[in-house]
Design a protein around this ligand. Sequence first.
Ligand SMILES: [Mn+2]
Length: 330
Amino acid sequence: MSHGIDATFSQIKHTLDAATRILVSCHVRPDADAYGSAIAMALHLKAQGKEVTLWNEEGMTEKFRYLPESSLVQAPPEQGKHDFDVFLALDTSTKERLGRVLKATGQVTTWINLDHHVSNHRYADLNYIDDTAPATGQILYDYLVEVGGTITPAVAENLYAAISTDTGSFQYGKTSPHTFRLAADLVEKGVNVPELSRKMYDSYPRRRLELLKALLNSARFGCDDRVASFSLSMETAKNLAVLPEDNEGLIDHLRAVEGVQVAVFFEELPENKVRVSMRSKEPRFDVCKICGLFGGGGHPQAAGARLSGPLDAAEEKVLEAICHEVRNND
Ligand SMILES: [Mn+2]
């Protein structure tokens, strides 16, 4: 799967310096780390005078429009293929996770891949993968500091949103002293913490609460109450007019229960597919490994996979695999 090299920031900078047309992109079902990193990088490259295109399969979703300069994000065109000197993929562990962006991409001279997923396939010519970083936003911060890029207030807010959300508000295991120091630096560079936090965490549509009600009604506990799950059928999603981004973070309600080691969210998708998200409370229960059994990946404490339906059969299969893993790692 590996074609390219593990690159340094300075090799990446030299490649970007020599390029004119640069495509910046990030994974399908984007979160604030994907969008925030991509917008921050696009702003940096525009300031360098580059012709920057920023595509995500879904364009800009309603939920993340609070990110400064979010209108830079466009959906890829339905027709035609576009050539670029550099394709810069951020927070994206496999090429396939770029989705429809790939279809609109023609010739690319150099692929660059900056990411923090341990399961990254190193699919680019230049790969910079740091799985000790809690967010791709932190890697981007380190990059900008090393190459002497200017961190404007808009760049700072995008990076702060990326890091705050991917660390669960600076709580998860990979949150380091460096993470707190760079967050402080971003605040000095213009992040309005209360206002941005309100937009990130206290501005959900009521629809999301209705979805949570439905999900909690489907909650089940297994494996001696150490594995908690809930599921969303396409019928319920349709009845509540749920948008894909509405369910982000709801799984935390399951993980937050005392004694629960692994939380699981099952979502029925079209074409008899099921999307599974997992969160684990401790690194010894490695959900990236479990998701790997089903062709997925991610991080040891936050991972996902897609498998074939129907929903109830997928639930049984996955819950059994998780219980096995939990019991093996006591
Ligand atoms: Mn991330």
